[in-house]
Design a protein around this ligand. Structure first.
Ligand code: GDP
Length: 202
């Protein structure tokens, strides 16, 4: 599938260092430790793709992955964009502001951004920091796919309950879809892959 062809393209520390907007982009955002890297790795079927983003010094960067055309690999059909995780307690205030500028700026202004995958740990639900993130998304009218990660930690009934609670919290988002997801148990994997591919190539 398209996502399995993902390859690392570039890392940028600032918005003006990103490649100029081109093919459709889907970005991934979420609290640190929500399971973002694991989700990107399992969705692309590449065990280490997103962990490059976690090496020291790279966690604050925007990492972009190309999704090349099958027949013409020089042509990119779309991009996956791994945005820095938020919520590291150790980050200095100045740094945090820069982070908010980068993240908020990207989410508000990137013209090629067709969808946002928001990762939420199913056990934690929507946190204050998630709400700040959502404040960037609502005015921009971005479509959001909320993945309720680590769904393997909950039995089915509790999963549905958590999904209902998250939907209620995120009701300000005009176009919202939620999927209970687990990288370890591959819950929701196929549905998520199809959803993202449909954003990129409807
Ligand atoms: P990130 O900081 O958002 O990129 O999160 P990671 O992908 O590095 O995952 C954070 C921690 O959660 C790691 O210890 C993972 O092994 C664990 N984790 C990630 N996804 C899952 C999942 O689907 N199920 C379970 N049980 N643990 C997970």
């Amino acid at each position: 599938s398209l996502l399995h062809r993902a390859t690392f393209l570039t890392s940028s520390a600032r918005l003006d260092q990103l490649p100029p907007p081109g093919a459709p982009e889907v970005c991934f955002v979420g609290r640190s430790n929500a399971g973002k890297s694991s989700a990107i790795n399992v969705l692309t079927q590449q065990r280490r793709l997103a962990f490059a983003s976690k090496t020291p010094g790279r966690t604050r960067l925007i990492n972009m992955f190309s999704l090349p055309d099958k027949l013409d690999p020089d042509q990119d059909i779309g991009y996956l964009v791994d945005l820095p995780g938020y919520g590291y307690a150790s980050v200095a205030r100045d740094d945090r502001n820069t982070w908010a500028d980068v993240l908020g700026g990207y989410l508000r202004t990137r013209p090629s951004l067709v969808g946002v995958v928001l990762l939420i740990d199913i056990r934690r639900g929507v946190t204050d920091l998630d709400r700040r993130m959502i404040d960037f998304l609502v005015p921009a009218g971005r479509p959001v796919l909320a993945l309720l990660t680590k769904a393997d930690k909950f039995p089915y009934g509790q999963r549905i309950k958590a999904q209902f609670a998250v939907r209620k919290e995120l009701e300000a988002i005009a176009s919202l879809h939620t999927i209970p997801f687990s990288s370890t148990d591959r819950i929701g994997l196929e549905e998520t892959g199809e959803y993202i591919e449909n954003w990129i190539s409807p």
